[in-house]
Write a protein that binds this ligand. Structure first.
Ligand code: TRP
Length: 441
């Protein structure tokens, strides 16, 4: 068996995990979910979901990955709980399905970078979206996006993923700060900030059944939880550093990026009166591209924005490909390049459906159904099955005392599953309702 790879440095692991977390979820979904779910009211519930439910859940995946030093499927067997392999397999399958439509949206981003150069979307935002979002152009851009993803993953953990994310994450941060600063100069900035940041709690009360599952789904998705990605990434840890410490850095950086994206997007939407327009897979692209057509220097700003979005999308899509790739590489001792190309090619084929107009269906299925099921399974596993080993692994290399790790255990046993079950119930109702009403077809 070939020697298993590891990250070069602790920072390398953190960059890769932040890269996985920071993605289309932060810069594309987050501001628009927030806008359409009541603004600051949604933001409050989302932040609670990230820190109270997402953060402890990330620790579950880190513990399983570092303890087993295996991909998300084999990890359960390695730890001696072969029956639970299904939990990892569900996640890895979900990762693969997500990659297929994520790459289609990544392809849209490429088309919008092109559109920023040519000026193609200026003055014709919805026409441009119609032209690039489905059909052959979408399939071609999807192919390009997945080819880049495969290229990075094929190079391996340290030379591919670590190197790419070490470059992309700082670039995203710097460019987003610039965009947010520019947003502050727009005439609508004050109105945008106020919708973004002053919560109206009656909005939460009257929209509970949609805000809660949206905020929870968004929290899991943005932190890359449930799909075994964080298990795989933690399995490449060579040393025992503090998992809670690393996880806190990752969660905070991911939140900073989402909030910054809000600071960039809300002033633009307010300046062009599109603040509370309804969302859908495409409205974000249409609203923003429309806005770039109306503000000064919009073409340049649009270019920078879509480049940031491309980096964020790529640093996440490589993690979605790494989850299934690591499974095959670990269990078959096959060449990583061949595996990455093979899995990427199949994901490309599956992605042809979303590239012909079914992004919404794929997205909602993953958000409402697969994500909560996958998270529920690993939480039950860590809390009730591997509990002592989990607590022991969490304590290694960290300064957490027994009191703190015990609180974590009970939190994972009781609070996380209850929150996820509520989310799953509301998600099934939501997705089922949409299916029956024919919203996707
Ligand atoms: N977190 C990424 C985003 O916000 C998407 C993502 C990458 C993901 N890997 C994941 C989501 C694993 C769930 C599970 O865009």
């Amino acid at each position: 068996m070939a020697q298993r790879e590891t990250w070069t440095t602790r920072a390398g692991f953190i960059f890769a995990a932040v890269g996985s977390a920071v993605g289309l979820g932060n810069i594309w979904s987050f501001p628009f979910q927030t806008a359409s779910n009541g603004g600051a009211a949604f933001l409050v519930v989302y932040l609670l979901a990230v820190f109270l439910i997402g953060f402890p859940t990330m620790l579950i995946e880190f513990v399983i990955g570092r303890r087993s030093k295996q991909n998300a499927v084999s990890a359960f067997e390695e730890l001696g709980y072969g029956n639970w392999t299904i939990a990892g397999a569900t996640g890895v399958l979900a990762s693969f399905i997500t990659l297929s439509f994520y790459s289609v949206v990544g392809g849209w981003v490429i088309s919008y970078i092109v559109g920023s150069v040519t000026g193609g979307y200026l003055g014709n935002a919805s026409g441009y979206f119609g032209g690039v979002s489905s059909g052959l152009i979408a399939v071609g851009a999807h192919a390009l996006f997945i080819a880049i993803t495969i290229g990075i993953v094929a190079f391996g953990v340290a030379d591919g993923i670590e190197r790419a994310t070490k470059f992309m994450i700082p670039a995203i941060l710097v460019l987003l700060v610039g965009l947010a600063a520019w947003g502050a100069t727009l005439p609508g900035a004050a109105a945008g900030y106020s919708y973004y940041l002053s919560p109206d709690f009656s909005v939460i009360a009257s929209n509970f059944s949609s805000i809660v599952p949206n905020a929870m789904g968004q929290a899991f998705f943005t932190l890359s939880l449930g799909f075994g990605v964080m298990i795989a990434y933690a399995s490449y840890l060579g040393r025992d550093d503090s998992l809670p410490g690393d996880s806190a850095i990752i969660v905070i950086l991911n939140t900073v990026v989402a909030l910054l994206a809000g600071f960039a997007v809300f002033p633009i939407l307010a300046a062009t009166d599109t603040l509370t327009g309804s969302t859908g897979a495409g409205t974000a692209f249409i609203a923003l591209a429309g806005a770039f057509g109306q503000v000064p220097a919009g073409q340049v700003i649009g270019f920078v924005f879509f480049v940031v979005l491309l980096f964020a999308a790529l640093s996440s899509s490589i993690s979605l490909l790494e989850a299934p790739t690591s499974y095959i590489v670990d269990s078959r001792d096959t060449d990583r390049r061949t595996v990455a190309v093979g899995i990427g090619a199949v994901a490309f084929v599956l992605g042809i459906a979303p590239a012909y107009g079914y992004v919404g269906l794929f997205n909602d299925f993953v958000f409402n159904i697969m994500l909560p099921i996958a998270v529920l399974l690993i939480a039950l596993f860590a809390g009730w099955v591997a509990n002592r080993e989990a607590v022991d692994e969490l304590g290694r290399g960290s300064t957490l005392g027994e009191g703190a790790t015990t609180v974590w255990l009970w939190w994972v046993r009781i609070v996380v599953p209850i929150a996820v079950i509520v989310t799953l119930y509301l998600g099934v109702m939501n997705f089922g309702g949409n299916l029956l009403s024919g919203a996707y077809f």
